[in-house]
Design a protein around this ligand. Structure first.
Ligand code: SAH
Ligand code: SF4
Ligand code: F3S
Length: 436
């Protein structure tokens, strides 16, 4: 009998794609595929793609171009495109790059096993429908090998917000929440496999409606699971931060003190043009309420500079909001016009102006991140160790604030939460010593 077929997956974009790649790999394993890190030995190459900015989408085509020699060397090699580029461009991908054998949109992963049959018949397979059901419903149950202590779990998909710049509502479809029972079942399984920290994922995870109590209702239920010690969630929209969720940050011990709450801009005029449906002051007031519930919470945000119509004054309002909030982590981007979105029709800000704004914003955000990271020195934090570090005897893990922490510790601490005293703040991580 032939050995297992080799599957190579390359994942772009957000954590939801990371989770989807894991689920696809598990589903394909039931059809004899085993994941490999060596692309040149693969029988199937799957690119799980992102369409959020122009560069992200273009990367996919250049990567596909580089696969030509592999396909020439192995005519049986199957090449697939999944994720948000697959959804946005569909058949166009095969037209532009004929070496692609299958295209599968993010809502159609349950169709993968059937698509394999099509491929076996020598057909090209295309699936980019938006079925209403839970796309994970029909995938085989997650396989059971033990795994690392931190895992993603998608609980909500899609977005109904239609921010004027964003492709997600078109690539991921309408908001859909997985029922609580399914989420709890999957969480229990993950814990059985060695997981101690779960990050709940959704494009708008705090719009979760699978529980009568919303996302905080789900979090409280998850917090009852023995062996699950840490709960996180991402990404949230400011307008869906309800009182119960804010409250949970103050009262639920397992909910970690970290919150990614994108604002995009500090100018009311731009926020309006972006269709964000909140003001800068509204966001700042919300941050105050969150900090009142959990004073040490570390805040993270996303920003776009150079949105059509952004003036110097608008940009200064963003800088001012950042100074008021103080972020411990942040992601900032130059606006990228995306085909099919309302903002793409508008006149763009000249690139040199956007670039300069981005530089100034990033300098400020980096300064804030550094200051908050440096302020950890001398403090004791709880670290969930995840893996060995680059240096002999060193382990790496995350603090409750999601800072990467490395410390000398025996390997049997992997999967354990230990108290660590921070002794130094280095470039992108903290150095600590085990306490006791
Ligand atoms: N659901 C998440 C965002 C997902 S996209 C949320 O609402 O926060 C991640 C980030 O990419 C966004 O927060 C935004 O800052 C950025 N982004 C989205 N579309 C963009 C575009 N057209 N150009 C530049 N950045 C964009
Ligand atoms: Fe995109 Fe806005 Fe939805 Fe976030 S909330 S996914 S930025 S449309
Ligand atoms: Fe990208 Fe799709 Fe995620 S566009 S950011 S992979 S939802």
């Amino acid at each position: 009998m032939a050995g297992p077929k080799k599957l190579f997956i390359k994942t772009y974009g957000c954590q939801m794609n990371v989770y989807d790649s894991e689920r696809m790999s598990e589903a394909l394993s039931t059809r004899g595929y085993e994941q490999t890190d060596a692309m040149d030995q693969a029988d199937m190459i799957l690119l799980n793609t992102c369409h959020i900015r122009e560069k992200a989408a273009e990367k996919v085509y250049s990567e596909l171009g580089r696969l030509r020699p592999l396909k020439d060397g192995n005519p049986d090699l199957k090449i697939g495109v999944a994720g948000c580029v697959a959804q946005a461009e569909g058949e166009e991908i095969v037209r532009r790059q004929p070496l692609v054998d299958f295209v599968v949109g993010p809502q159609s992963y349950d169709r993968l096993p059937a698509m394999l049959d099509q491929l076996d018949r020598g057909e090209i397979a295309l699936e980019t429908e938006f079925p209403v059901a839970d796309k994970f419903d029909k995938l085989p149950a997650r396989s059971r090998p033990s795994r690392g202590p931190s895992a993603f779990l998608t609980v909500q998909e899609g977005c109904d917000k239609f921010c004027a710049f964003c492709v997600v509502p078109y690539t991921r479809g309408a908001e859909f929440s997985r029922p609580t029972e399914r989420v709890l079942g999957e969480a229990r399984e993950l814990v059985d496999r060695g997981v101690r920290e779960i990050t709940l994922l959704g494009q708008n995870v705090n719009a979760y409606r699978g529980h009568p109590g919303g996302l905080s209702g789900l979090i409280w239920e998850l917090s009852e699971i023995d062996g699950l010690d840490r709960i996180r969630f991402t990404t949230s929209h400011p307008n869906d931060m309800d009182d119960a969720l804010i409250d949970a940050h103050g009262t639920c011990e397992k909910l970690m003190p970290y919150l990614h709450l994108p604002v995009q801009s500090g100018s009311d005029q731009i926020l309006k043009a972006m269709n964000r449906k909140h003001t800068a002051q509204g966001y700042i007031a919300l941050i105050r309420r969150i900090r009142a519930a959990r004073p040490d919470i570390l805040l993270s945000g996303d920003f776009i500079v150079g949105f059509p119509g952004e003036t110097d004054e608008d940009f200064e309002a963003t800088m001012s909001l950042v100074r008021t909030v103080r972020y411990g982590q942040a992601y900032s981007f130059k606006y990228s016009a995306r085909p099919g979105t309302p903002a793409a029709e508008k006149e763009s800000v000249p690139d040199d102006i956007s670039s300069e704004r981005l530089q100034r914003l990033q300098a400020l955000l980096t300064e804030q991140q550094r200051a908050i990271q440096d302020s950890m020195v001398g403090r004791e934090v709880k670290v969930l160790f995840e893996k060995t570090g680059r240096l002999e005897g060193q382990l790496i893990g995350k603090s409750e604030y999601l800072h990467a922490v490395h410390a000398d510790a025996p390997a049997d601490n992997i999967g354990q939460i230990r108290t660590v005293r921070i002794v130094e703040s280095v470039r992108n991580s903290l150095k600590g010593e085990l306490v006791g």
